[in-house]
Design a protein around this ligand. Structure first.
Ligand SMILES: Cc1cc2nc3c(=O)[nH]c(=O)nc-3n(C[C@H](O)[C@H](O)[C@H](O)COP(=O)(O)OP(=O)(O)OC[C@H]3O[C@@H](n4cnc5c(N)ncnc54)[C@H](O)[C@@H]3O)c2cc1C
Length: 598
């Protein structure tokens, strides 16, 4: 059976020692009084919840899956899920970083980020039920009318009702401009929606008394394509003006998908048969409103893989210390045993350190992003709000795609540490690999994230935001450029930061002549950008750790940090050279291939 220990020490290191989040919060009137003790206490409790309540349901949830009753269209999630959700609501976890006006606790997003990382490690499938609700909360909070907010937000904040996002249809996934679900205006100001949605996560269940579906659909006179999409709130049960639950609405689960992973989450085909809904935001501007939810979800999906990377690493590390096979190449290490523990073998260490470096680098980036989100919303200086928002927008596709690709690499590496036992269900490792796989696909595939990064976020504003982030990296390089102890971290980072401008300009120029050049380079580009960002955070973490060591702090945590930073820069970061080369090799080898692909 796998184990999970909440990585509280590492979260505290990133938040309080590297990013000094509470100092940053002092500038935000809303969070000025939030101190490290409060954050740590909340995370300790959340860690217990994850480890003790939802983690024990991870394997059983995977084995059991969700069941649909075809006659009632009701879905029953795996045993224990409903009770765990009730405990989650009772503990007030859903309300953590929500607006106090609607019953929230108003804590910074940074806290929510860490809570969700632990929940994802413990049980991704279960966590998607509250996770999607939080996205629905954010979309409604940003774009709902006062009446919608008053009626629905308190229920999402308390967790009494959950939410979904209904975008995908059988013929349309990436290209939402193709969607066909129709919304007919009614005399009373509501709309009747008709159509079919597929792959809707947490789309039906009996864990709460109501489900709020956020549905994209077209008005009768809507323009073609993505400019003709509106957003609607469609509850499973109609809700009276007084908030009382009324009749069953015409939206139900037609079937459940049989899938590779996240079996405990109901991936529903949703049928709308004249379902009553109200519009959220302006007509034909639904995609913009839904983007609030999609951006939150993209960061959330990166966080899912961060959680899986961490839990896979913890289990692989424990196994590698215990499993004995063969002797070390450099001589016997465990004389009393018939063979050495496999952790003595260089490649086993490489697999373990890959997952550790990707988990800890991802944690630093994810916490940094949510700290910027807190600043974007609550900083009194408009320029800081704007700059923070722009950098989050730049980093969002990197969090989504780089963390999930790294999750794929890491969970596979950790499974490999187990040899054949990793492939066997009882160890739990193959589930981490399977559960992670969807993270690279949904919420916009990682290819789409890379096009968003290179095409929109970088070339779309002539590299202006990239330059802003480049300045942040430049400040660290200037600060540490002459520190010999930091050279092994700062030199490769400085080299890549310097290359990045030329590399980006070159791709922009080629893309201007032939847009397929952008498509051909984008995935490699995102990975290079991901390493640039990770390189920055690993250098900062090494800086903090080296300073503690220099000050005489003998806590092995700091030495471990320096060793992991060294591994990251020596063994993972250098793939940027190959990626830049393949990106530069252009589109011809892909597009001039009609004969090869005939
Ligand atoms: C388990 C699960 C849960 C999901 N949950 C939800 C949910 O809650 N709500 C919801 O609305 N949807 C959900 N989805 C749908 C998911 O978001 C889509 O599957 C995803 O966005 C891709 O769409 P598609 O499957 O139609 O693939 P397609 O759009 O058909 O894409 C197929 C391939 O073509 C590539 N491609 C497409 N266009 C381009 C392009 N312009 N350039 C380069 N490559 C391109 C894609 O990257 C992909 O590799 C879920 C899916 C699954 C499997």
């Amino acid at each position: 059976m796998p184990q999970y220990n909440p990585p509280l020490r590492d979260m505290q290191f990133v938040m309080h020692e590297v990013l000094k989040v509470t100092d940053e919060f002092k500038a935000l009137p809303k969070h000025a009084d939030v101190d490290a003790d409060t954050i740590n206490a909340v995370l300790e409790e959340a860690g217990k919840f994850a480890a003790e309540v939802t983690f024990p349901l991870n394997i059983s949830g995977d084995t059991e899956g969700c069941k649909l009753d075809q006659t009632t269209h009701e879905v029953t999630p795996p045993k224990g899920f409903k009770e765990a959700y009730a405990k989650y609501v009772e503990g007030g976890w859903a309300a953590l970083s929500c607006d106090p006006e609607y019953g929230g606790q108003g804590l910074p997003f940074v806290v929510n980020q860490c809570v969700y990382e632990m929940l994802n490690s413990a049980n991704q499938a279960w966590t998607m039920y509250p996770g999607l609700s939080h996205g629905a909360y954010e979309a409604l909070h940003a774009h709902g009318t006062d009446a919608q907010k008053k009626l629905y937000l308190p229920k999402l904040v308390s967790g009494e009702w959950t939410g979904t996002m209904c975008l995908t249809e059988p013929h349309c996934g990436t290209d939402l401009g193709l969607l066909r679900t129709k919304a007919e205006p009614q005399a009373d100001g509501t709309y009747k929606l008709t159509g079919n949605k597929i792959f809707i996560s947490a789309g039906e269940h009996d864990m709460t008394e109501n489900i709020l579906h956020l549905v994209l659909a077209r008005l009768p006179d809507a323009p073609q394509g993505s400019k003709g999409i509106s957003l609607f709130l469609v509850p499973k049960f109609n809700v009276g003006e007084d908030g009382a639950i009324g009749s069953r609405n015409g939206i139900y689960c037609g079937s459940l998908e049989h899938k590779m992973g996240i079996h405990g989450n109901a991936t529903a085909q949703i049928v709308l048969e004249g379902a009553v809904g109200t519009m959220v935001g302006a007509p034909n501007k639904g995609l913009a409103a839904m983007f609030v939810m999609m951006n939150a979800a993209r960061l959330g999906v990166g966080n899912q893989s961060l959680g899986l990377t961490e839990v896979a690493y913890q289990n692989a590390l424990a196994y590698a210390k215990d499993r004995i096979q063969m002797r070390s190449l450099s001589g016997v290490k465990a004389k009393d045993l018939a063979a050495d523990p496999i952790i003595v073998h260089p490649d086993v260490r490489k697999m373990l350190l890959t997952a550790k470096a990707y988990a800890e680098g991802g944690r630093a980036l994810a916490i940094y992003c949510t700290m910027l989100l807190d600043k974007e919303l609550h900083h009194p200086d408009e320029k800081v709000r704007k700059d923070s928002g722009e950098i989050v927008a730049l980093l969002t596709p990197i969090v989504k795609a780089f963390l999930t690709d790294n999750g794929h690499i890491s969970t596979n590496a950790c499974m490999q540490v187990f040899g054949g036992h990793g492939f066997i269900k009882e160890w739990g490792m193959e589930q981490f690999v399977r559960d992670n796989r969807i993270n690279m696909i949904y919420e916009g595939t990682n290819t789409i994230q890379s096009l968003d990064l290179l095409g929109r976020k970088v070339l779309g504003n002539n590299g202006a935001t990239l330059k802003k982030f480049g300045k942040i990296i430049g400040a660290l390089i200037a600060e540490e450029g002459v520190n010999e102890k930091m050279a092994e971290f700062i030199n490769p980072l400085a080299y890549l930061a310097d290359q990045m401008t030329k590399f980006t300009t070159e791709l922009g120029f080629k893309g201007f002549q032939n847009p397929d050049e952008v498509g051909a380079a984008a995935v490699d580009y995102l990975r290079v950008a991901g390493h640039l960002v990770f390189g920055y955070f690993w250098a900062r973490m090494a800086q903090t750790a080296l300073r503690e060591i220099a000050a005489g702090n003998a806590d092995p945590f700091y030495l471990a940090k320096v060793q992991t930073a060294r591994f990251y820069f020596a063994k993972l970061f250098p793939e940027t050279a190959t990626l830049m080369r393949t990106a530069r090799s252009g589109s011809r080898a892909l597009m001039d291939t009609d004969a090869a692909l005939a």
